[in-house]
Design a protein around this ligand. Structure first.
Ligand code: WT7
Length: 649
């Protein structure tokens, strides 16, 4: 974030006190903070006891070997049982779990009884294909109910899912399937997006053809009805295998620390990290935060989180949190503007959505498109609005509250990460007086701080690095197959305090204002991308000699990918700068996925470097954001910048 925007953020004076009627009926109250302050571990043990335990735990936290935490480790539970069977057994089987809306307008309504039966059947199907406790199952699906069913079926067996976002390329699937050594892949023929079927299975076929893998089966859901190639003996239609599987399946208890999922996310190096989450602590914090941050009343609320299941928000706040709480939710397959720009608001009106959770980038693009679009729909059912994925600028926050929330709904700006598993910093609706643009306070039971480089608390009205000072239930348990990288990335800077990689400012009240990443990680539309990963994709193209990537600020997407490349004079002889830029944008999409495709590529003759050879990214960012070039005294060749700006013009 630039200095000017930090200044305007910190001069944000608007305050929104909770409505007394809301407070009177709120799920959360100040007593949660008091209880957690008094006995933090006791507080989390209380929350864990809201779940069903096959074997109750007697130990809350084992932190004897930091940074490797164990929560509730002598207890046993089944995550899927907690999300399904127990609601049916409590007499809520007829409650709708998922109102699913396909992009072309087809719909499915699935009750808790039906979802439980489907997951039991899917668990039997997967067990029949050889999946057992600890096996890895890769899931590459569109936003269809089978994505949720697959995840829960894997969890029910004590196996480990690795969901791969449907926008990722074959090459990204290959890397993930290999790293996790997956045994089975679940995919679909295709899914609907922007009015068209986009194929999925062919990417899995290409990934597996290129991979060193032991994948024995590929289960294929029929959704797009597009043609697919078929590998006999390996490929299985979901509907055929499901119809042959029994609906009877008894959930077994697994250790609280049994791994639940791996989710890959970008780090500062080129290789994505497989973030590992386990069962009891993860589900405890996902369920608690979903209930208290969104003020969930499962009997009456209709909840909708717009995140894709391929990101952590989809895991914690579309699958595990809401289902553990017995919530009724909407799941939508497609894009916000298909077939018309009011599609989201139409869905809110149709289902009477009461709690809505989305990302600042979406809010900003709706702001741009104009308030008349949402105002054409009845949004009066909404009573809580959430934001996640990147800092929300005060203007977008206020627009969200005024236009979408009718000037009355509390807004919860929730800060967390793939690594934290669940919400860490957020207002509680009905309790907190909110400040537009600030995530504000750690949730009860979470301890955070802002430190300077030396590890000293920065004090009020000062900025520094965000850390989590005490272990928390849904914390990552490691990086799959790489304990050293786990230590190095998060725990080498401040010892037993978790280094989040975000800059933060504390205001005079001690509230937290998040200022974006301090490392080489970009945030594009709330999606995490690594500069190194895109640079390696670029240099893997034969015409590229050298590449540097920066995140430039962007009105809609928060940040945008901007690349600077030096071409190989021989190989690139016959290509113009425009052609090169087109080829390279396509190449990045193919190597990583369309989300990583650079907004702009500048072909340059040199890259600005310090005397020690480090690329001066700050300078490149200035160029990418159209600013005057600052101090260049450390450049080895001060003519470089002229070259860059000249090439741009
Ligand atoms: C990074 C984590 C959490 C699920 C979605 C992203 C940024 C996330 C906020 C927020 C300011 C935020 C941080 C963080 N971020 N939420 N409310 N305010 N920044 O998960 O892909 O793991 O990315 O997203 O920079 O480190 P992720």
């Amino acid at each position: 974030m630039s200095t000017t925007s930090i200044d305007s953020l910190l001069h944000e004076e608007r305050r929104f006190a909770p409505d007394p009627d809301f407070t009177a009926r709120a799920v959360a109250g100040p007593e949660l903070y008091a209880r957690a302050a008094d006995d933090r571990l006791g507080f989390w043990a209380d929350q864990a006891r809201e779940l069903h335990w096959h074997t109750p735990f007697t130990q809350t936290l084992d932190w004897s070997n930091p940074p490797f935490a164990r929560w509730f480790h002598d207890g046993e539970l089944n995550v899927a049982y907690n999300c399904l069977d127990r609601h049916v057994e409590a007499g809520n089987g007829d409650r709708v779990a998922i109102h699913w809306e396909g992009e072309p307008g087809d719909t499915r309504t699935i009750t808790y009884s039906e979802l439980t039966a489907e997951v039991k059947r899917a668990a039997n199907m997967l067990a029949g294909l050889g999946v057992g406790q600890g096996d890895r199952v890769a899931i590459y699906l569109p936003m269809i109910p089978e994505a949720v069913i697959s995840m829960l079926a894997v969890a029910r067996l004590g196996a480990i899912h690795s969901v791969i976002f449907g926008g990722f390329s074959a090459e990204s699937i290959r890397a993930r399937v290999e790293d996790a050594d997956a045994k089975l892949v679940i995919t679909a023929d295709g899914g609907w997006r922007k009015g068209k079927v986009f194929p999925l299975k062919h990417a899995v076929d290409a990934a597996l053809a290129a991979a060193e893998t032991d994948v024995t089966s590929v289960v294929v859901v029929r959704r797009g009805e597009n043609d697919v190639d078929w590998q006999h003996g390996r490929d299985v239609w979901w509907h055929e295998a499901m119809s042959e599987s029994s609906e009877e399946h008894e959930a077994q208890g697994f250790d609280a620390e049994n791994p639940l999922f791996i989710l890959y996310t970008s780090g500062t190096t080129g290789r994505p990290k497989g973030i590992l989450h386990t069962s009891g602590g993860y589900l405890t914090q996902a369920a608690f935060t979903h209930r208290s941050v969104f003020d969930l009343k499962p009997e009456t609320d209709i909840y909708w989180c717009t995140a894709d299941v391929g990101w952590v928000t989809g895991h914690s706040y579309m699958v595990y949190g809401p289902l553990a709480n017995g919530a009724t939710q909407v799941m939508y397959e497609g894009t916000p503007d298909t077939p018309h720009p009011g599609r989201w608001w139409e869905i809110i009106q149709k289902y009477g959505v009461t709690i809505f959770y989305t990302a600042p980038t979406a809010i900003r693009s709706f702001m741009k498109a104009g308030r008349e679009i949402p105002l054409a729909y009845d949004l009066s059912s909404l009573r809580v609005l959430g934001s996640v994925g990147e800092p929300i600028n005060p203007e977008a926050w206020v627009w969200y509250r005024e236009i979408i929330g009718g000037g009355k709904t509390p807004i919860v700006d929730t800060w967390w990460q793939t690594e934290t598993g669940a919400i860490m910093i957020s207002a509680l609706p009905g309790v907190t007086t909110t400040k537009p643009g600030s995530a504000q306070v750690p949730i009860p039971g979470i301890s955070i701080d802002v430190l300077d480089e030396d590890g000293t608390h920065v004090g009020m009205e000062a900025g520094g690095l965000l850390v989590v000072t005490e272990p928390w239930p849904s914390m990552l348990r490691g990086i799959w197959g790489d304990p050293e990288r786990f230590q190095e990335t998060y725990w080498s800077k401040f010892g037993t305090k978790y280094f989040a990689g975000d800059g933060a400012h504390l205001d005079a009240d001690g509230d937290v204002w998040l200022l974006g990443r301090v490392d080489d990680v970009m945030n594009v539309s709330g999606h995490r991308l690594s500069t190194m990963e895109i640079e390696s994709a670029l240099v893997s193209h034969p015409i590229v000699a050298e590449a540097a990537v920066v995140g430039a600020s962007d009105d809609t997407t928060g940040q945008a990918v901007v690349a600077f490349v030096i071409l190989r004079s021989k190989k690139a002889k016959s290509v113009s700068a425009t052609e090169a830029s087109q080829q390279l944008r396509a190449h990045v999409a193919e190597q990583i996925g369309a989300i990583a495709r650079p907004r702009e590529i500048f072909v340059v003759a040199e890259l600005p470097k310090t005397r020690s050879g480090k690329i001066m990214r700050r300078l490149l960012r200035d160029v990418a954001e159209g600013r005057e070039i600052g101090d260049t005294t450390t450049l080895t060749d001060s003519t470089v910048i002229t070259v860059i700006t000249d090439t741009m013009r």
